[in-house]
Design a protein around this ligand. Structure first.
Ligand code: AMP
Ligand code: MN
Ligand code: MN
Ligand code: MN
Length: 285
């Protein structure tokens, strides 16, 4: 049973996308951090879920593992991320949809490499690919590669200089719309959650418009409690969720061990919200 004390983290990454820890290491770290309910939400892939589940089941006290994915979409030329939770991960149309997303990722990654080459940075595609291994290529891999090779000294600077929208290495986004991603999640029995709404650098009016249009497109919930956010941000997101009749979710968006953010940390939940785990669609393996 989930109570106020239950530690819940419904957004994080593994090496199946741009996270640094393998799926089983993510579960091990979550257990160590006292997480009770976890969703691994890799970018456009569920490739890490089977290994995570297997490892979890071998533990003396497994946590509750919820199926998860973070789908990339396009809204007014912005990259908007939609987290899918508690869906059937063997649903063929969802698998076909994710295979398509992977293809888009590969094409985009090649183009990013070409753009960086024109900007005088050679070999970035091969470098990022090597870091990614079997994972679908992400800007996160490019960022790590450019830091590891000393082109730029930290990840956020790489984005500011090369990979953020409008910068030299940015490829205008070709993802599908929110409605299509939400429908794919719903068809597989899942819950569609607008990820980190305050992370898109949208000014007040545009953020409200995004949340409203996400709801109109069939969305069920939005992330309200994030690993790193100001008290004002938390209040604003909670209000937006209630105003638009959306359930609330909780996620650290953990990618790698660092100073400021960790699995299950800084995710205290305020009162007065309808949480995603309080709906009938919520199922845990
Ligand atoms: P992609 O899904 O390939 O477009 O890459 C998006 C990923 O890049 C995000 O999930 C983050 O991991 C990372 N990212 C995006 N913007 C930034 C930023 N400003 N600083 C650090 N990482 C970022
Ligand atoms: Mn990422
Ligand atoms: Mn995201
Ligand atoms: Mn994420």
């Amino acid at each position: 049973m989930i109570t106020e004390q239950t530690c819940i983290d419904l957004h994080c990454h593994s090496t199946a996308s741009d996270g640094a820890l393998s799926p089983s290491d993510v579960v091990a770290r979550a257990l160590n951090n006292g997480v009770d309910v976890l969703a691994i939400t890799d970018h456009d892939t569920i490739g890490g879920l089977a290994a995570a589940q297997q490892f979890n089941q071998q533990q003396p006290q497994p946590l509750q593992l919820v199926t998860g994915v973070e789908i990339s979409t396009r809204w007014h030329a912005c990259d908007i991320h939609i987290v899918g939770l508690a869906f059937d991960c063997e649903h063929p149309p969802l698998l076909a949809f994710l295979a398509q997303q992977r293809q888009l990722r590969e094409l985009r990654a090649q183009e990013i490499g070409q753009r960086l080459e024109k900007a005088g940075i050679d070999g970035a595609y091969q470098g990022a690919k090597l870091l990614a291994g079997d994972a679908a290529l992400s800007r996160g891999h490019y960022a790590r590669y450019l830091v590891e090779t000393g082109v730029v000294d930290d990840i956020s600077k790489v984005f500011k200089r090369y990979l953020a929208r409008g910068k030299t290495g940015y490829v205008p986004n070709t993802w599908g719309d929110m409605q299509t991603a939400i429908a794919a999640i719903h068809a597989a029995g899942g819950i569609a959650v607008l990820a980190h709404p305050s992370g898109y650098q949208l000014k007040g009016k545009w953020l409200k418009k995004l949340v409203r249009e996400f709801k109109d497109a069939g969305g069920d919930a939005m992330e309200v409690v994030l690993g790193q956010q100001s008290p004002d941000d938390l209040v604003q997101l909670a209000q937006l969720a209630n105003l638009n009749g959306l359930m609330a979710s909780v996620g650290s968006d953990f990618h790698f061990p660092g100073r400021w953010l960790d699995l299950g940390k800084n995710l205290r939940r305020p009162k007065g919200l309808n949480w995603v785990w309080q709906t009938e669609q919520w199922t845990v393996e």
